[in-house]
Design a protein around this ligand. Structure first.
Ligand code: GDP
Ligand code: MG
Length: 685
């Protein structure tokens, strides 16, 4: 592990639970180790480097070249990195693998690829191939580092390495040049220990010729037979003086080269947009790991597929992330709604939560493969909608309940004696409109999904229930009205019946029935007038009228019963008899004299009075046109209590008549005896 002079930026490494030590911020991380395993820590390290949220605003560069050609030294100078450099005194090889650092003060991921030239050591060309694949799939710029004296040595190790790079590139980008990820890569040749005898331009010519030769010698698939090196690579060349012999010039040239990595305004700025591999920074770790896994298992490395897989993985992650806060927000209204509350402005709340979640998703996920991003966005939207749906449905249910009870309360209020609602139908109509309008207003506000959500069904349920409630109220009101009519009827029938029955005249039933019909007509028409304002149905009217008629008849009968109890009827008979027996035709009280025809007068008065009993016994007018028949109750009516109308016309049965006659006779006999006695006593005087 290296140390670095700028201790100010050095952050102490922290120990992870698994015993690994995470490198500090300025340290290198070995992303691929000697055993060709990929580090599990890259993601965390990118986060520590502060690059996770960089989007596309970062660059990747890798260096290739033979062992001990000063690669790490160069990188450390160019990017302020801390790669291990071979210790001069020990001449110890640095560890094989791929190392990564963040460029100091730059959003650059720098990869130091060690041990690529297996050929030189006669070993492991496998790693060379794999690291070439890996680097090409992820880097914008490959620095090819070589000694000046290696230039032109076609058989040299570098040329073998380049051949590998080209082959691998054809496999990676060749067939997918159009639709795949950006396939252009810059090969930056850095010629070390340039003595200056041979100008750079000559070296450049030689190298270009060599590269073209290599390219031409590749066996390409038929479709790519005409492909040119320049279709895939840009070439750039630079030379550096000898580090030890011309150390100051070396440092100056390195500083100039460094500028080309930093200053966007330079014509020869290295990190041109066209080289960017378009992997969002927050997906780089996963992407690189996947690439390596693919390379490692010797599977065909299909970059479009890799990008799509990465996009799926990352979009899923981003989506779950976006849902966390959303779920919290949605939960906040779950309780109130389950408790039956109508949440004011629920639609706006839900729309905000949804928009925020989608915005969180879009911010990070929109950088990924468009098809995947769009598909996962639809999934996210569906999840959001299905989370919100119960809230919406709950709100509708609660709203329905609230509107219905408001409707009831409004009716109750308006119909109460002080409510001022005069016309029932108007009152109900207004309350209904109000109820529906307030339902629609709140329901519409909450309905933020016009494709799958709707409130119309709930509204029609509400309308049905409102109708039912209105019906109950109307029936109630109708009942009250009928009762009132009945009370009035009773009040009005009472006296005329009493008078008629007291009279005992032959036409007393005519009078009673006449009066009954008159009052019943009045009752019926008063009902019909009122019923119009109730919007009562035809059937309800028929039933109500039947009830009114029956009750009227019952009221009449009750009055008659009251007037024909034993005591009352006997007293009526007595009064009648007395009027005939004890008073003369002029209404003057009789004083019996011995030769008066007491027996005759007695018999006459008694017979006349007895004749009244059958008159009272049946409700039977003289004028048969006045006869009344209670119409039969309509079949739909609820039989409150059945009336046997025809038997209700009978007041006294025959037995009863005989009983009354007997009892009256006894009373009359008493008068007779009293009359006889009065004559005896007058004689005695
Ligand atoms: P790497 O194996 O390619 O990463 O090489 P290193 O950076 O570890 O350097 C290998 C050795 O070369 C070290 O002893 C360096 O001091 C030395 N070195 C670095 N740069 C140069 C250079 O430009 N010229 C010469 N002659 N030696 C260099
Ligand atoms: Mg090195």
């Amino acid at each position: 592990v290296s140390t670095t002079p700028d201790a100010g930026t050095l952050v102490n490494g922290s120990t992870k639970p698994n015993g690994h030590i995470l490198p500090t911020i300025s340290e290198q991380i070995q992303i691929i180790n000697d055993d060709k395993n990929f580090t599990p820590d890259l993601s965390a390290q990118l986060e520590r480097w502060g690059l996770r949220d960089a989007g596309f605003n970062y660059n990747v560069v890798a260096v290739f070249g033979s062992q001990s050609t000063g690669k790490s030294t160069l990188l450390n100078r160019l990017f302020g990195t801390t790669f291990d450099v071979m210790d001069e005194t020990k001449r110890q090889q640095t560890t094989k693998g791929i190392w990564m650092c963040r460029g100091k003060g730059m959003s650059v991921l720098v990869m130091d690829v060690e041990g690529t030239d297996g050929r030189e050591r006669g070993e492991d060309q496998d790693f060379e191939r794999k690291s070439a694949l890996f680097s090409l799939a992820s880097s914008e710029v490959l620095i090819i580092n070589l000694w000046e004296h290696q230039v032109g040595l076609y058989q040299g190790a570098n040329m073998g390495l380049l051949k590998t790079v080209f082959e691998v590139n054809l496999g990676l980008f060749g067939k997918k040049a159009q639709d795949g990820p950006q396939s252009r890569t810059l090969l930056l040749f850095v010629i070390r220990d340039h003595i200056g005898v041979t100008p750079l331009s000559n070296l450049q010519t030689t190298l270009t010729a060599d590269l073209t030769r290599i390219w031409d010698s590749l066996s390409k698939p038929p479709a790519l037979a005409q492909a040119q090196l320049s279709d895939y690579f840009d070439l750039a060349f630079t030379a550096l003086p000898h580090k030890i012999l011309e150390s100051q010039k070396f440092e100056d040239e390195v500083a100039k080269l460094r500028e080309r990595f930093m200053d966007k305004t330079l014509d020869n700025f290295v990190f041109k947009d066209i080289y960017h591999k378009r992997i969002p920074a927050d997906g780089v770790a996963v992407y690189m790991e996947n690439i390596w896994q693919q390379v490692q298992s010797n599977k065909d490395l299909d970059l479009p597929t890799q990008q799509e897989l990465l996009a799926q993985f990352r979009c899923d992650e981003i989506s779950s992330g976006a849902l966390i806060e959303f779920n919290e927000q949605a939960k906040s209204q779950k309780r109130p709604i389950e408790a039956g509350k109508v949440v004011q402005g629920l639609g706006e709340l839900m729309r905000n939560w949804r928009d925020q979640a989608l915005a969180r998703y879009d911010r990070d996920a929109s950088r990924y493969h468009n098809g995947v991003y769009t598909r996962k966005r639809l999934d996210l939207y569906a999840t959001i909608t299905s989370t919100l749906s119960p809230l919406f449905l709950g709100q509708l249910k609660n709203l329905h309940k609230a509107c219905l009870s408001t409707f009831k309360a409004t009716l109750q209020n308006l119909l109460s004696p002080s409510g001022g609602g005069t016309n029932f139908a108007d009152v109900v109509g207004e309350a209904k409109t109000e109820c529906e309008e307030s339902f629609v207003k709140v329901a519409q506000e909450a309905c933020i999904e016009d494709k799958d959500w709707s409130w119309e069904e709930e509204l029609s349920l509400l309308k049905e229930e409102v109708e039912n409630v209105a019906d109950v109220f109307r029936k109630d009101e109708t009942k009250k009205m009928i009762n009132l009519i009945e009370r009035n009827f009773k009040k009005q029938i009472s006296e005329p019946v009493e008078l008629a029955l007291n009279s005992g005249t032959l036409d007393m039933w005519d009078k009673v029935l006449e009066m009954f019909k008159k009052l019943l007509d009045k009752a019926e028409s008063s009902y019909l007038t009122k019923a119009k304002t109730f919007n009562c149905t035809e059937e309800e009217n028929t039933n109500s009228l039947a009830i009114i008629r029956r009750r009227a008849w019952q009221a009449l009968r009750a009055k008659i019963d009251e007037q024909t109890t034993d005591a009352v009827i006997l007293s009526k008979l007595r009064v009648h008899f007395e009027e005939r027996f004890r008073y003369d035709d002029q209404g003057v009280p009789r004083v019996w004299k011995p030769d008066d025809d007491i027996d005759g007068a007695f018999k006459k008065a008694k017979d006349q009075t007895l004749a009244l009993i059958p008159l009272y016994a049946n409700i039977e007018p003289q004028d048969s046109s006045l006869e009344y028949t209670l119409p039969p109750a309509p079949p739909s009516s609820t039989p409150e209590e059945e009336i046997d109308f025809s038997s209700s016309l009978t007041i006294f049965s025959e037995t009863k008549c005989m009983d009354l006659s007997t009892r009256f006779r006894r009373d009359a006999d008493a008068y007779y005896v009293e009359a006889k006695r009065s004559t005896v006593s007058s004689i005695a005087q």
